[in-house]
Design a protein around this ligand. Structure first.
Ligand SMILES: [Fe+2]
Ligand SMILES: [Fe+2]
Length: 408
């Protein structure tokens, strides 16, 4: 029996043939064809039909209809049951402890950051990202060379794009945390979830304020990020929200924040990221504590579905944040979209980002028992098993992580 993907694959010419056909099209049509072929490639990558089914509606909205790209508000139908606990049983001591830590670690986004700092995104002494984060030298063979001032403006665009995605991701985390608070069983878990709602609101506040008052630029949400957020928001299963947001998206965010924290020379952004990282590490730990016992009592079939789902999402997230919005602004019509994709994928900044992201994510999935023999070979093929023996998040994860980043 064929899966939907294998049937689709039989109808589509091999990659090299498709690329040689599209290369003959005029630039705009070539790039449009490249976008559609990329969506097909993404579909073919998903091996588990259950994951494909679960993500299909969000994929249609995000990738085909490009719902987030219009900049207009979008609505997602939520279907999860809201679980009330009239016994108020306080029987999850680890989460109760985390809730106390969360309360003590609260900070005020309006007063705990030095908002009076003047920020010039083009200042060569305090660059938002390092000059070699994305090396544009390979574009010289297409006759494209940016002078020093243009490259500074380009780097500022790229940094604004990254921070825009952080802001959109934080909005997703805010609503996911609210949904988890409603749907998670156990009163300690609900209390902690509520403290995360406040954390995420603060993250939206500080990223938005930085974008609005210091950079003056906001990009629309990346299509793939929209797919992930919509699929989590609409999935009725609380543990899938938990796994998707607390482990996968928060893990991704920690990697991205850590990479930028390490690299930026702009002091206000650095201190903002430091504060956010300390909160986010607590959120990932909540995911591990909240899921560990639950996953252990699932049937093998249910656990395998989550194992496959986490693996698919990890693979999807690996190479999917490619700053096409920056490409459209700077190079559309002059550089093939496929060339840009290769450039970003191979860039020093993106490689560092992937390494920082999976260094924590893989051990966290291992700690949850979600890297079993069925998926281990796929992590190995993707070169991710090198992180398997690494340390999973702990209660002190945030402080450890910041110390590690400072030492790097
Ligand atoms: Fe956050
Ligand atoms: Fe978070």
């Amino acid at each position: 029996m064929y899966s939907p993907q294998s049937l689709l694959a039989r109808q589509i010419p091999p990659l090299f043939l498709r690329r040689s056909l599209t290369d003959r099209l005029p630039p705009r049509m070539r790039d449009r064809a490249d976008r559609w072929l990329e969506i097909v490639d993404l579909l073919l990558e998903i091996r588990d039909p259950r994951v494909l089914r679960a993500m299909a509606p969000a994929g249609l909205n995000g990738l085909v209809l490009r719902a987030g790209d219009r900049g207009a508000p979008t609505s997602v139908r939520a279907t999860h049951p809201v679980r009330f606990d009239w016994a108020y049983s306080r029987d999850q001591p680890e989460l109760a402890r985390l809730y106390e830590r969360g309360k003590l670690a609260q900070w005020n986004g309006a007063t705990d950051l030095a908002w009076s700092t003047s920020v010039d995104p083009l200042d060569p002494e305090k660059p938002l990202i390092p000059r070699d984060f994305l090396d544009l030298a390979p574009l010289a063979k297409l006759g494209i060379r940016l002078d020093v001032a243009e490259k500074r403006r380009f780097d500022a665009s790229l940094a604004a794009w990254m921070l825009s995605q952080f802001l959109h991701g934080e909005q997703g985390a805010l609503f996911a945390a609210a949904q988890i608070t409603e749907s998670v069983p156990g009163f300690d878990a609900k209390l902690y979830g509520a403290s995360q709602v406040v954390d995420e609101a603060r993250h939206v506040e500080v990223f938005h304020r930085y974008m609005h008052t210091k950079l003056g630029k906001l990009y629309t949400i990346n299509d793939n990020l929209h797919v992930v957020i919509e699929s989590l928001t609409s999935d009725a299963r609380w543990d899938m929200k938990f796994l998707g947001m607390q482990i996968m998206v928060e893990g991704l965010a920690l990697g991205a924040f850590g990479t930028l924290y390490k690299n930026t020379r702009e002091p206000l952004l650095k201190s903002l990221l430091r504060m956010v990282i300390l909160d986010e590490a607590r959120h990932v730990h909540y995911g591990i504590v909240g899921l560990r016992a639950h996953l252990a009592q699932l049937s093998d079939r249910e656990r395998h579905e989550r194992e496959e789902w986490a693996c698919e999402v990890a693979m999807l997230m690996r190479n999917r944040f490619l700053a096409y919005e920056v490409f459209e602004e700077w190079f559309e019509g002059r550089v093939p979209r496929a060339t840009w994709r290769q450039l970003v994928t191979d860039s020093a900044g993106m490689k560092d980002f992937r390494r920082t992201m999976f260094k924590r994510l893989v051990p966290n999935l291992r700690a949850l028992g979600l890297i079993g023999p069925r998926v281990r070979s796929r992590y190995a093929e993707a070169g991710l098993m090198v992180f398997y023996e690494g340390g999973a998040s702990s209660e002190l994860g945030g402080a450890e992580l910041v110390a590690e980043l400072d030492a790097a």
